[in-house]
Design a protein around this ligand. Structure first.
Ligand code: TEU
Length: 573
């Protein structure tokens, strides 16, 4: 029997607060800015909003370094503003989900300041401190060979105590020691604090990193070009992860709260389903990274890797089938605040293609089985920054660390440098962090002063004002896809999924089937016309076009002629 529930039927909209809307002319988005745009979000047909971190933070990593979990970063607003925001959502029948970043804190958090004071401090064990190694020649080395995700060792030496602390991300983001019961209690208290305030759930940042293999063993050498090695084998999906997710699950259950866990570095569905299986009592769903890692080469995010459509088909089919067959649930996404824009990265942002392409991706993504996530601007078909944007305009620390490392290590390799810059333009997190494009006015209508991050030059054409309520716009198309998904929930939310034409390099097609009805979704991943044979089983008489980015489908007999980046859905009536 099918397990029906509200969070499966929901569509989630992700807001990046610094870049959404600036209400007080300081160049930075803020919570009152979000409040002023609630009707816009409602018009898209959104049920749940995931708000990226707005907590007090030194902003070394755009708020993913929290110094106080119960207060708000001043330029974003106040706790009162959050109350207003919650009220605004409730009035419109929407829910608010906060970002919970509890694998690590900021080094400016009180806990860490105390912890750093010395071995006898009651907060010492809130973090992961270890003695260093002494090498044969007498030199000191960190406790193990793990590299931090953004370069360098994962350990920082603390002279006074002669110990090192662990940080999987930036040095200013020390990892919490979840083995310590007080840490878990403190985290659970924070969750309860926000849930009591009326927040409806959490997106949990790198939640599969919280349990580390005891002993923190050296990682195998997989990156010969680096001094430090990826330690994910020992910190991703560690031994006590599910014990702790069950504790988290208890709290979530009490409030009937929404939960999505971010789970990078592991692509094994058998491992990840443990967190989301229907009877596990852990999370509702997780973000896997297999699609966004698909074009990532051996030297990390900004090294290239060729991909083709059969690769994407294999990944999508694997997760669709696995979750359906094993009573899990998928979180569907192509974009978020850490990724390039899908149209530019995997499609085409050429002027003649980008609108079709954005709509095709909406069709492709949102009619699969799972809860749909739309990242701000995706509903407008926003694109990456221009190819000639100077590297000095990039702000993201992941991007800049990588670029600086390349320049330092390979100062004379101009070819590698050029390649890196072009990969940065494709995948840098900054692509997602340029201001929301509201109007064709200066600064994209995001602010009346110069934004903290330069706006994307495309705003004159791509903006909300030009699209909301406008027939055939990307925005209205997205709204119709989300509507159809709900109207036909037996098929599109709860139905089965079957990939069609596994090997084809140009067309991605699948069948959804539920409640005695079927639908066929066909998407061309190519910028020219292609002919495609409709599978025998779908050649029924009465078909209805439910969605089509060209406003009509050219099917004749068993054949369809697809135009560049065409996407459509047909259902049996
Ligand atoms: O990202 C987790 C993560 O693994 C990142 O390395 C991500 O894969 C990378 O940024 C992709 O470019 C989460 C947050 O989403 C990210 O914004 C934070 O910076 C990070 O955790 C640390 O909290």
């Amino acid at each position: 029997s099918i397990h029906r529930t509200w969070w499966k039927e929901s569509t989630v909209y992700q807001i990046y607060p610094s870049s959404f809307f600036d209400s007080d002319a300081d160049g930075l988005g803020d919570i009152p800015g979000i409040i002023s745009k609630l009707d816009y979000i409602a018009a898209l047909g959104i049920d749940v909003v995931w708000l990226c971190p707005v907590y007090k933070s030194p902003q070394v990593d755009m708020g993913y370094d929290i110094s106080d979990y119960r207060d708000i970063h001043e330029p974003y607003g106040t706790l009162k503003d959050v109350d207003e925001l919650i009220k605004g959502f409730k009035e419109r029948g929407m829910k608010l989900v906060m970002d919970l970043v509890v694998n690590h804190t900021s080094d400016q958090h009180e806990w860490f300041k105390e912890s750093k004071k010395g071995k006898d401090n009651p907060y010492r064990d809130y973090y992961i401190w270890r003695k260093g190694k002494t090498l044969e020649d007498g030199t000191k080395a960190p406790p193990n060979n793990w590299g931090a995700i953004w370069g360098g060792s994962a350990w920082v030496y603390d002279e006074p105590s002669d110990e090192y602390y662990l940080h999987i991300f930036a040095p200013e983001q020390p990892d919490l020691n979840w083995e310590h019961p007080s840490v878990r209690d403190a985290v659970y208290d924070i969750m309860t604090f926000w849930l009591d305030k009326g927040v409806d759930g959490f997106r949990m940042d790198v939640i599969n990193f919280i349990s580390k293999v005891p002993g923190l063993p050296d990682a195998p050498i997989t990156r010969k070009d680096q001094e430090f090695q990826p330690g994910n084998k020992f910190y991703a999906c560690g031994p006590r992860l599910h014990e702790w997710l069950k504790e988290i699950g208890q709290i979530l259950k009490k409030y009937n709260a929404f939960s999505v866990g971010e789970m990078p570095a592991v692509h094994d569905p058998k491992e990840l389903i443990k967190a989301v299986g229907q009877d596990r009592g852990e999370l509702n769903m997780i973000f896997h990274f297999e699609i966004v890692d698909m074009d990532q080469g051996p030297r990390g995010k900004f090294s290239p890797k060729e991909w083709d459509l059969p690769i994407l088909k294999t990944i999508v089919n694997k997760w669709q089938r696995f979750m359906i067959d094993n009573k899990g649930w998928n979180a569907l996404y192509l974009e978020n605040h850490d990724q390039g824009r899908s149209v530019s990265r995997w499609g085409s942002d050429a002027p003649e293609h980008r609108v079709y392409c954005a709509k095709m991706f909406a069709t492709f993504l949102a009619l699969q089985s799972g809860t749909v996530f739309v990242y701000q601007g995706q509903e407008l078909g926003m694109i990456n920054v221009p190819k000639d944007r100077d590297i000095s305009l990039y702000k993201d620390l992941e991007t800049l660390n990588y670029w600086n490392e390349i320049k330092e290590k390979y100062p004379n390799d101009k070819e590698l440098q050029a390649l890196t810059l072009s990969e940065i333009q494709k995948k840098s997190r900054d692509n997602a962090r340029t201001p929301m494009q509201w109007t064709p006015q200066k600064y994209a209508g995001f602010s009346t002063v110069e934004p903290w991050q330069k706006e994307n030059e495309s705003y004159a054409e791509i903006n909300a004002e030009a699209q909301v309520g406008v027939k055939d716009s990307v925005f209205e198309y997205w709204a119709s896809v989300l509507r159809v998904r709900k109207e036909w929930r037996d098929v599109f939310v709860y139905g089965d999924f079957r990939l069609v034409d596994e090997g084809g390099k140009e067309v991605f097609a699948y069948v959804r089937e539920g409640g005695g009805r079927r639908a066929l979704v066909v998407c061309a991943f190519v910028g020219r016309e292609v002919e495609w044979s409709v599978p025998e089983e779908m050649r029924v008489d009465a078909k209805e076009v439910v969605l089509s980015n060209y406003g009509g489908v050219r099917v004749e007999g068993g054949k369809v002629v697809l135009r560049p980046w065409e996407g459509f859905g047909l259902k049996e009536v």
